[in-house]
Design a protein around this ligand. Structure first.
Ligand code: ATP
Length: 288
């Protein structure tokens, strides 16, 4: 009788009909461009971590596949097949339906992988909802999609398909700043003239944000200067983050981050920046 009860309980647990996932913002603490393949894809070497803020993906079983987009930063995000959420769903090649809602809280075209994080969260949620294995070759959706499937910081190399574990990062209180300019990635890569650059150094094992910030400062984001040449406001965001231990642009911009001593200093810095730039997107957060 007990066995039957356990059996029926596990049967019930396997019937999932709605799922919610957070698509956390990805942050490139470093981003070295180490080469370019003959097919045009760039080779990267990047330490990628995740902020504790993100978009929300909610889905439930339905007869057909559909997507609605809402939330404070939904403006400008495509709701049709261009949306990476729908492209991620199509990659399963399954004849199944789901009603998906994407609530946008991250700015798009911002260098914090909004679309990639949404795609990765969709893949994980649909695998659960449809009880299917993850599709292979998810890097086809975008270089940042494989890393965004991870719950923790990783080193990303190749064209985004080579992921390796790094020592646990220290607590990383941080402020994210986007000066509300959308930056598309292809022109930034195009503006990078030197494609073969030195790789990232070895990620240190340390428990102190100050020591870690010094190591970050010795690394680079090779896309930062080209992005500033296209969108000089990025330099204003970096200047606003000057009181932080260390500041850099993430991805191809325009979002910049500043690592701070503790949570109180992130809140204080965020408040100061918001006071001076009420139209900017400014968030006090934590990276992990
Ligand atoms: P990355 O850091 O990976 O380079 P990003 O943060 O610069 O990415 P995204 O937010 O992914 O850029 O947006 C890039 C483009 O992708 C946008 O201009 C938008 O039209 C399109 N897009 C497709 N799906 C989404 C989505 N779910 N959220 C945001 N943008 C999306």
């Amino acid at each position: 009788c007990l066995k039957k009860k356990v059996q029926s309980r596990s049967d019930w647990q396997m019937t999932v009909n709605s799922v919610r996932r957070t698509a956390r913002a990805k942050v490139n603490l470093t981003l070295h461009v180490t080469g370019q393949r003959a097919d045009g894809y760039h080779l990267l070497d990047s330490l990628v971590c995740f902020a504790d803020i993100g978009d929300f993906i909610d889905m439930r079983e339905a007869d057909a596949l559909s997507l609605s987009v809402d939330g404070p930063l939904a403006a400008g995000v495509p709701t049709d097949e261009r949306n990476l959420v729908l492209q991620a769903a199509r990659l399963f090649g399954a004849d199944k339906g789901a009603a998906i809602n994407l609530s946008k809280h991250l700015p798009h075209a911002a260098g914090i992988g909004g679309g990639s994080a949404d795609a990765a969260a969709t893949l994980l949620a649909l695998a659960e909802l449809w009880d299917l294995p993850l599709p292979e070759d998810v890097v086809r959706l975008g270089a940042d999609v494989p890393v965004c499937l991870s719950p923790m910081a990783l080193r990303m190399r190749g064209v985004g398909d080579e992921l390796s574990v790094v020592p646990p990062l220290p607590e990383l209180p941080a402020v994210l700043v986007n000066p509300r300019v959308a930056v598309e990635t292809p022109p930034v890569f195009k503006a990078l003239t030197q494609k073969e650059n030195a790789p990232m150094g070895v990620v240190p094992e340390c428990a102190d944000v100050g020591v870690f910030a010094k190591w970050c400062a010795e690394q680079r984001n090779d896309l930062q200067a080209p992005a500033i040449s296209i969108e000089p406001t990025i330099q204003d965001a970096l200047d606003a983050l000057e009181p932080a231990l260390f500041a850099r642009m993430s991805g191809s911009g325009a979002t910049c981050f500043g690592l701070c001593e503790n949570a109180d200093s992130t809140k204080e810095l965020a408040k100061t920046i918001r006071g001076k730039h009420p139209d900017w997107w400014v968030v006090a957060t934590n990276f992990s």
